[in-house]
Write a protein that binds this ligand. Sequence first.
Ligand code: J2J
Length: 539
Amino acid sequence: MIAFNHWPDSFARRYRERRYWLDLPMTDILTRHAENANTAVICNDKHVSYQQLNDSALRLAAALARRGVRQGQTALVQLGNEAEFYIVFFALLHLGVTPVNALFSHQRRELTAYADQVAPALLIADKRHRLFAEETFIESLMNRLLTLQTVLLHHADGKESLGSLMEEEVGEFIPTPTPANEVAFFQLSGGSTGTPKLIPRTHNDYYYSIRASNPLCGVTEQTRYLCALSAAHNYPMSSPGALGLFYAGGCVIMAPDPSPDSCFPLISRYNITLAALVPPALSVWLEAVKLAGNASALASLTLLQVGGARLEASLASRIPVELGCQLQQVFGMAEGLVNYTRLDDDEQHIFTTQGRPISEDDEVWVADAEGNPLPHGSAGLLMTRGPYTFRGYYNSPQHNQMVFDKDGFYCSGDVVIQHADGYLQVVGREKDQINRGGEKVAAEEIEHLLLRHPSVLHAALVAVPDPLMGEKSCAFIVSREAVKSVALRRYLREQDIADYKLPDRFEYLASLPLTPVGKINKQQLRAMAAAAQTQGDAL
Ligand code: J2J
């Protein structure tokens, strides 16, 4: 079994007693619908029923088992917003193989970092992705990882493609999921460190967060959910996301991206009732509706979730008036804790707070810089533990020491205000991260890459406010010799990182400002970046 930080026994006992943990594998989400002929997923106008989803997952699991894939192994998976993402996910859970689901925007650097950490026996990827259009990257992974034995490509021809394995006759297959209190899969951390961290999620904890989300989001068998954010992300997967919809027996409609061009026709064609967005996508939807002069394309939509990054109250309050649906704010994290505004909350709560935790047993308090508790109403660091909040990043004892306190509370790095009624407001952040409209960039990762450039002496990445994205990134550079921004951007591209991680702008300094203890003064850099931006905009 995969080693990870378990919850202490006394907590595990309590979570079981309270029926949060049911000791069921997450495959139960699908197998409970094995006889259901209703549509589970609509993807490129193709309707996949629950029966078909179930059968395909079992077929694929059986075909992989025949090729020697077995319980206890890990897999690296990169698939786009298609039904196959879920088929693969459940097939691997049936086998007891633990996947890391990379985002489709991830490139060589991210995939290699994940592969290095989990040593996968299996790779499942999409031939339409730039990295897998040719054999080179797969060959380099195979050379690098002696564990990697099986590679399956989606949208590929031939006998060993994902499509052909899903069609193979089942024969005898007995599912071997990992025990429910063991790791089911790895979730991705937004991160603040040089290498992206992995979050072990167990069947018990993840399944609970999904089941408990459904009633808070009004999900029933009648719900029709638009999955427009990256399917692998924790939010559209579990808050309540596609897995919540499958649990309830509802219908998930896949969109390739959250643009109005992709989403609006799907919403009206398939009578979508629930959608999940990040704030920049919401702004674009509001503009599109304004341009059209009405929101008739969204007539079926009753609830719009917005989360992943700070939502301005001024934007929030436009939703009911201009889009004709209700708003639900979602403040979650792949590490666990998820907060929702409730459907029957007053407007004040819905527009100006980020909701309250899912569970009565989510313990949340706010700490000052020394780790002491602060009273309600004052801003400080969010500390949390609970039945679906992890107890440690995978294989990262040193980092875990820094982000957990002695009682197992996780410090997310978010600066929040907790009100007496339990509602939270996110007012800032102390982790070294840029939240680019919901997409998280770990400053250190990009700084390390920049420092490898021969002309760069020092580098610091900070956030600058942006009207659409909320934040963009600005890299401050101290260089040995003159170096152009285009050259640095090209250099970063050559390192093969996801596009959203490329700095939006570069600024050059003779030296970086330091704090009294000699650390880079990022607060000052943020102020400088904001000032430079305002000046630049004025020119
Ligand atoms: C401000 N900041 C927010 C919000 C997340 C549901 C929804 C989102 C995520 C997610 C998720 C925010 N206002 N409403 O996993 O299940 C920032 C915080 C948080 C970090 C987590 C889910 N909602 N954030 O965004 O793991 O800084 O998860 O700690 O990608 O996003 O990022 P991530």
